[in-house]
Design a protein around this ligand. Structure first.
Ligand SMILES: [Zn+2]
Length: 273
């Protein structure tokens, strides 16, 4: 039994993605738990990134104060095309925004449930794709700041989705897509002044997930509705644990929940990668 503040799972790219969960400073290698029972017991409390403990979040995983004041919850977090740090214009905290926004970013195309466009800090590239459960991904452009990636994304998402259909993503592997061809087609829609950032490298990253059985009809579990979640782990994809009886649990959507997590069999500590 481990009392624990839920954080997203750590991933590393291998033949199949390796997942681990850090609980009380110990890494647990989750791939080894497939076929075993897992239990998550919520204690009825959540903790905000500012350390405030409450019975529930105000909105989007934040307390009231952080939601309205923290740069982590500002509008440009959800809409990168609103970023202004590159113009020295503050939204909520210019210092923080410069650090976050003025770094190389990728615009990528991924196939998790069909084609989608997205952006990410370039240091996060493949992690972002694994978190979304993408099976294939290609970088379309590399730009020097977050705003430019938002501008390119806006021009591309008139033609393809910017969302993952998570139910579809969890129900199996998507149909193969020729990402190199689609990249070349969509590159025409990149605004002229940003075309110079289109990446010539057409490497496609292919990603496989440790799944022994996909759900036939996805039933999403939420701790707010069900404070004890239990089942046999059938696989892991994106940030979801796939349990028996078609149950799925989105780990990332429960970040900040204080819960006890237990496994059928304890696994030994230490680095397993
Ligand atoms: Zn807070």
């Amino acid at each position: 039994m481990h009392s624990h503040i839920i954080k997203k799972m750590n991933t590393s790219l291998n033949d199949t993605v390796h997942y681990s969960l850090n609980i009380n400073k110990q890494d647990y290698f989750l791939n080894n738990l497939i076929g075993k029972r897992i239990k998550i017991n919520w204690r009825g409390k959540v903790i905000c990134q500012c350390n405030k403990i409450m019975s529930k979040f105000y909105r989007s995983g934040f307390c009231y104060n952080c939601f309205w004041n923290s740069p982590l919850a500002s509008q440009s977090i959800f809409k990168p095309e609103l970023c202004t740090a590159h113009l020295d214009i503050e939204e909520r905290d210019l210092e923080w925004e410069k650090e976050f926004q003025l770094a190389p970013h990728y615009v990528y195309l991924a196939n998790s449930s069909g084609i989608k466009v997205g952006i990410t800090r370039s240091s996060q590239g493949v992690i972002r794709w694994m978190d979304q459960g993408a099976s294939q991904a290609i970088i379309l452009a590399e730009v020097p700041n977050r705003r430019f990636s938002g501008d390119i994304e806006v021009s591309i998402k008139r033609h393809v989705s910017d969302k993952t259909n998570w139910r579809k993503m969890l129900s199996g592997e998507p149909k193969y897509i020729d990402l190199v061809k689609i990249k070349s087609e969509l590159s025409n829609y990149v605004p002229d002044d940003l075309k110079k950032y289109i990446l010539e490298d057409n490497t496609v990253t292919e990603i496989k997930y440790p799944v022994s059985e996909y759900p036939t009809k996805v039933k999403s579990l939420k701790l707010e509705k069900n404070d004890c979640i239990e089942g046999i782990l059938k696989g892991i994809k994106g940030q979801y644990l796939l349990l028996d009886n078609n149950q799925v649990f989105n780990v990332r959507a429960h970040e900040g929940f204080i819960a006890d997590i237990s496994f059928e069999e304890e696994i030994s500590q230490g680095s397993l990668f």
